[in-house]
Design a protein around this ligand. Structure first.
Ligand code: FNR
Length: 401
């Protein structure tokens, strides 16, 4: 095709974001309006109307007065994007490479346990949605469905296993072995939960989902756990749940215990919950492969620093040697852009897809992922960047400095 000056016009494929926009606008043209909530705020509202008060509080809430949740948001708002102009973004690529694997975007679904409180298909529905969008799923070891079944739903789509590292080393070795056999390709070890935090909403309602039998599939099906409770946990559920509450966390664990994990797996090990630069350096000293700069979405320490505040110093200190990932507060494309500009190699998102599962099941999760990917793609291009390699702190300005 020629334009008026006779130059050949390249007919490039529209980007993911543009395609998604046009799909929605064309549907609107024919009166097929978008019914699923688009903004996170609307999603929260709809989920609160649909879920039981207990399930909603568990997913939406945080520790104490929820100042850390607010700090996460403020930390993201404190940075602003400074867009560049007249960059050819027609072939921009939002893909990333993580642990040698090329992924179509920097988005991962972070580990969220007990998803049966949101939807009966729980993590299986999430896996189907994740697979259809080629977004890796990080599966919690307190998933409501057995990790082997979730892995099967992911098939060729990358899936990682997340471990709450408890006090029973034999159980730890057993679940890691099962994860490897089921095809999980990385192990995320969550460090920020040596005990559960004081969560005011849950305390008010007297609600802990595990005591109601949610999130125990990987324990009840495990040979080490079954032996410890003397047989089939379903036969004496109360006793089995009590045993779970005893072994779930490991408040006595220290850095030297990491050898237990290192010695039983060849999966890359990623420590989740790092906020202090000295802990990031320790992670490097102890030979792990990556870290997630995360404060558990403000669900553990109340009154803590916003997760994005500490990302730049940690990425500067260890980012050349460790794969630095980020979570806590990612809601939109701009949030992803900021985290990537400040040194993250990819980001995890949690509450948005858990709430979407409650509102719309598998289709709801797919909707949230698709919209977030479109927003990420458009933000990258509109900032004037063709790939994440071009994105750095030079694309940002700090509000408060
Ligand atoms: C979580 N998170 C979490 N993390 C983890 O390592 N293992 C888990 O099983 C869970 N379970 C879980 C349940 C629920 C209901 C929520 C909301 C969160 C923490 C999660 O992976 C993530 O770090 C934070 O939620 C931050 O991300 P968002 O929610 O701000 O996107």
């Amino acid at each position: 095709m020629k334009n008026r000056t006779g130059d050949t016009l390249q007919m490039e494929r529209p980007s993911f974001g543009v395609e998604r926009q046009m799909h929605i606008y064309l549907n609107g043209l024919f009166n097929r309006k978008n019914k699923f909530p688009v903004s996170y705020e609307d999603l929260l509202q709809e989920a609160s109307e649909k879920m039981t008060p207990e399930a909603f509080a568990y997913i939406a809430g945080g520790a104490g007065g929820e100042t850390t949740m607010r700090n996460n948001q403020e930390a993201l708002d404190d940075w602003q994007i400074v867009p560049r102009m007249l960059v050819d973004i027609s072939n921009a690529d939002m893909g990333v490479t993580l642990f040698g694997q090329r992924l179509p975007s920097p988005l991962l679904l972070g580990p969220v346990g007990v998803l049966s409180i949101a939807h009966p298909e729980a993590e299986l529905a999430v896996a189907r949605a994740a697979r259809s969008m080629k977004v890796p799923q990080v599966v919690s070891n307190v998933s409501s469905m057995p990790m082997e079944d979730i892995a099967r739903e992911n098939a060729e789509n990358p899936h990682w296993f997340q471990l709450y590292w408890g006090r029973d080393h034999d159980f730890t070795r057993s679940v890691i072995r099962r994860a490897e056999e089921a095809g999980y390709s990385a192990l995320v070890v969550t460090l920020d939960t040596p005990v559960l935090a004081w969560r005011e909403r849950d305390i008010q309602l007297g609600y802990l989902p595990f005591l109601h039998g949610h999130g125990l599939a990987n324990y009840f099906g495990d040979p080490v756990f079954r032996e410890a409770v003397g047989g089939d946990p379903e036969q004496n559920k109360f006793k089995a749940i009590r045993h779970f509450t005893k072994v779930f966390t490991g408040p006595g664990l220290t850095w030297n215990d990491l050898s237990v994990i290192r010695n039983c797996t060849r999966m890359p090990i990623i420590l989740k919950g790092i906020q202090h630069i000295d802990d990031a350096r320790k992670a490097l000293d102890y030979g792990v492969d990556g870290i997630v700069v995360s404060n558990h979405g403000g669900r553990q320490v109340d009154g803590a620093v916003g997760s994005l505040v500490v990302l730049p110093e940690i990425a500067n200190a260890v980012g050349d040697e460790l794969t630095v990932l980020f979570d806590s507060g990612i809601r939109r494309g701009a949030d992803v852009f900021k985290a990537m500009a400040l040194g993250a190699k990819a980001v995890l998102v949690a509450r948005p897809y858990a709430l979407a599962l409650a509102v719309g099941g598998e289709a709801g999760v797919r909707e949230v992922i698709t919209n977030l990917l479109a927003d990420i793609d458009l933000t990258l291009g509109l900032a004037g960047c063709r790939s994440w390699e071009e994105v750095s702190v030079r694309n940002l300005r700090k509000k408060s400095s």
